[in-house]
Ligand binder design. Structure first.
Ligand code: SAH
Ligand code: SF4
Length: 336
């Protein structure tokens, strides 16, 4: 196994069967190497991105997600431009220089309204990056928002296997539409984040290997990986959550495949284990996304059950305790 890990670090690309063997690895040498590679590129610096969950309305019906339109138990909310700007002000005062606007696919936010919000944030905080995570949008819409000032876009592919995609989504959604949107994002000039859940129903190690190879091909700047966690008001309520070790292995493998990648220790990882964020960082992750969503609506942004968010103060304390420093610039991706 150690020989395989060393070869991944040296050669960076692998056959699917070798990736599957690495995903099943139980040797902590994998984490040691991933951490060493992270430190050789970024030192001990961790990047922060402030997350603003500005709407929980969604027109889609992804089977895994608590925001799906079919969930009539959800209490829905939307934030105004002023409320979003107030979140940014709070985050900026705490030293954050990236704001991630995330929400369900909510047609209430037209291109014009979103462009106005993005423009407003960039005008108030020219030294900050704006990241969008709004689901799938057409090429023209993505271009317009890029022109309004959005720098980055997060859209997980969720899986790279069409048959598995069909297990997770209703028939009106398709892997090809998802992937087209990711390629459009690159073409329009965003810094792109993709990613997937580990342990989503029907997922095999072979599917994760396919995800890793898709990521190699897309060559994004960021990859978000977290465990699937069941939500009680979805068709997957009775399914098992994703495996901690497998999430950490996937993070470490990606660090070795692409040393300069931005890899968050995700909220879902922080939810399945009480030191999930730290374990993610120690397996090679280098980004944490503290939550800036106002307390009065936050409890309604439930992608999954028992969501465990982190505030900026806790991020500083917990990362300091494992010897990390916080990077204060907006932390753009850089080539090495
Ligand atoms: N609507 C946008 C952004 C919000 S959902 C979109 O779908 O891209 C953001 C991410 O949350 C999704 O990409 C998915 O990977 C993750 N997610 C949704 N439900 C989840 C669950 N039950 N467990 C873990 N992650 C989940
Ligand atoms: Fe909507 Fe995103 Fe949830 Fe799918 S994953 S239902 S698009 S919020």
């Amino acid at each position: 196994m150690r020989e395989l890990i060393d070869r991944l670090e040296r050669e960076r690309i692998f056959a699917p069967t070798e990736l599957e063997a690495l995903l099943a690895c139980d040797d902590n040498y994998l984490f040691q190497r991933a951490r060493t590679v992270r430190e050789s590129v970024f030192g001990s610096r961790i990047y922060l991105r402030g997350l603003i969950e500005f709407t929980n309305h969604c027109k889609n019906d992804c089977y895994y997600c608590g925001l799906r339109r079919g969930n009539s138990d959800a209490r829905r909310y939307r934030m105004t431009k002023e409320q979003i700007l107030a979140c940014c002000a709070g985050g900026y005062a705490l030293g954050l220089h990236t704001f991630v606007l995330q929400g369900g696919e909510d047609p209430y936010y037209t291109d014009g309204l979103l462009a106005d919000i993005v423009h407003g944030i960039k005008a108030a905080y020219p030294d900050c990056a704006v990241t969008l995570s709004l689901g799938e949008r057409g090429h023209e819409s993505l271009k317009l928002l890029r022109e309004a000032g959005a720098d980055r876009y997060l859209l997980r592919q969720e899986t790279s296997n069409a048959a598995h995609y069909a297990i997770l989504h209703p028939p009106e959604m398709s892997l090809s539409a998802r992937q087209k949107c990711l390629w459009d994002l690159k073409q329009v000039g965003y810094q792109v984040g993709c990613g997937f859940m580990v342990g989503s129903p029907g997922q095999t190690l072979g599917h994760i290997a396919e995800d890793l190879l898709f990521i190699k091909e897309l060559d994004p700047e960021m990859v978000g990986i977290g465990p699937f966690i069941p939500h009680a008001s979805t068709p997957f309520a009775g399914e098992k959550p994703g495996d901690l070790r497998l999430v950490l292995n996937a993070i470490a493998i990606l660090r070795l495949m692409k040393p300069n990648l931005l890899l968050p220790a995700t909220t879902a990882l922080g939810t399945i284990h009480e030191t999930g964020y730290e374990l993610g960082i120690l397996a090679g992750a280098n980004v944490v996304m503290p939550n800036l969503t106002p307390a009065e609506v936050r409890e309604n942004y439930l992608l999954y059950d028992n969501k465990n968010r982190m505030e900026v103060g806790a991020v500083h304390r917990r990362l300091g305790a494992i010897g990390c420093e916080i990077e204060i610039s907006k932390g753009d991706y850089f080539d090495v």
